[in-house]
Design a protein around this ligand. Structure first.
Ligand SMILES: CC(C)(COP(=O)(O)OP(=O)(O)OC[C@H]1O[C@@H](n2cnc3c(N)ncnc32)[C@H](O)[C@@H]1OP(=O)(O)O)[C@@H](O)C(=O)NCCC(=O)NCCSC(=O)CCC(=O)c1ccccc1C(=O)O
Length: 280
């Protein structure tokens, strides 16, 4: 497989792009470079739709999340449309003057998506944009990438994955430093802390990310799916157990033993499980 790709657009959106490589990769791009790819509710609803498409497309094995242009991956919530109780969009809820915190659903969706998601970061990954790269499975950073949280400066905080997963990823003291001081960190520092998997020259960013995607596409999709669910399970409580158990049920359904139960019911006979070993 060549590590350069000709992307094809699958569906048109206002704030994002959804493209596929034709050989197993989907690329989702936040396309609001004029605000450093800050997200508004519309952006998040479109991202949710695109991630759903990537999940349901059985030809897609790896998803890349990125931002348009070299200046930013994402700068978090669009502060210009932040109301007094969340972000005000143009949807039905917003028309009643009610704000909403929308990015949390997207974070969960990325974590639950049963395929590896790579954050491809050029420029700023800041605020809610920093949490988005954090919830991705892997991060490939360009050498111009800059990371940080701004919540306490702009009157916000993400005490869920933004705090907890950050602490699990780089350690409690460093996570507290990032949130309590609101400093920015360069790509090399992020790499040394284990916040990103690799740092490459900006002009090689996509090529390198695709290389990582191609390496994963060579591997067993079910093994990758089970590993992703396993890495997340302990942090997710019963929802994590549910996902792993659901995968176990999926695998069991594929066995003759489970199919005997189904067939017996449909054929209105007693199931015969006698040929299936009671495994030690
Ligand atoms: C990202 C910067 C460091 C980039 O700096 P620089 O390169 O110098 O560019 P600027 O000149 O500052 O910016 C260019 C242009 O973009 C506008 N812009 C940048 N970021 C934003 C933004 N987030 N919102 C709106 N507009 C933005 C900027 O104003 C300029 O516009 P001009 O018209 O050209 O002047 C720097 O830009 C920066 O620090 N940006 C702000 C980063 C920030 O504070 N982000 C918000 C953090 S809070 C957050 O993300 C909420 C998360 C959240 O959504 C959430 C959290 C917890 C629970 C739930 C939720 C939820 O669901 O909402």
């Amino acid at each position: 497989m060549s590590d350069s790709v000709k992307w094809s657009s699958v569906k048109s959106y206002k704030d994002i792009r959804y493209e596929v490589s034709g050989d197993g990769i989907a690329k989702i791009t936040i396309a609001r470079p004029e605000v450093r790819n800050a997200f508004r509710p519309q952006t998040l609803f479109e991202l949710e739709d695109a991630f759903r498409l990537a999940r349901d497309d059985i030809s897609v094995g790896v998803v890349i999340l990125t931002g348009e242009g070299p200046l930013a991956f994402c700068s978090g919530g669009d502060q210009r449309i932040r109301g007094d109780d969340g972000y005000i969009g143009s949807d039905e809820v917003a028309r009643h003057g009610v704000g909403r915190l929308n990015v949390l659903d997207l974070q969960v969706q990325i974590r639950r998506l049963p395929k590896p998601v790579i954050a491809m970061v050029a420029g700023y990954a800041i605020g809610g944009g920093h949490v988005l790269h954090l919830v991705c499975d892997l991060t490939i950073a360009a050498d111009n990438a800059r990371f940080g949280q701004t919540g306490p400066r702009v009157g916000s905080f993400d005490g869920g994955y933004g705090a907890g997963l950050l602490a699990r990823t780089i350690g409690l003291k460093r996570a507290k430093e990032i949130w309590f001081l609101c400093r920015q960190y360069d790509a090399q520092q992020a790499y040394e802390w284990g916040l990103v998997n690799a740092v490459v020259p900006l002009e090689k960013l996509e090529e390198e990310t695709i290389k990582w995607a191609h390496e994963m596409l060579e591997l067993s999709p079910i093994a990758l799916r089970m590993l992703k669910a396993s890495f997340n399970a302990a942090d997710e409580g019963l929802a994590g157990v549910q996902q792993l158990a659901g995968d176990a049920t999926m695998l069991f359904y594929m066995s003759e033993e489970a199919q005997e139960g189904r067939d017996a019911y449909v054929q209105k006979r007693r199931p015969d499980f006698s040929k299936f070993p009671r495994r030690p």
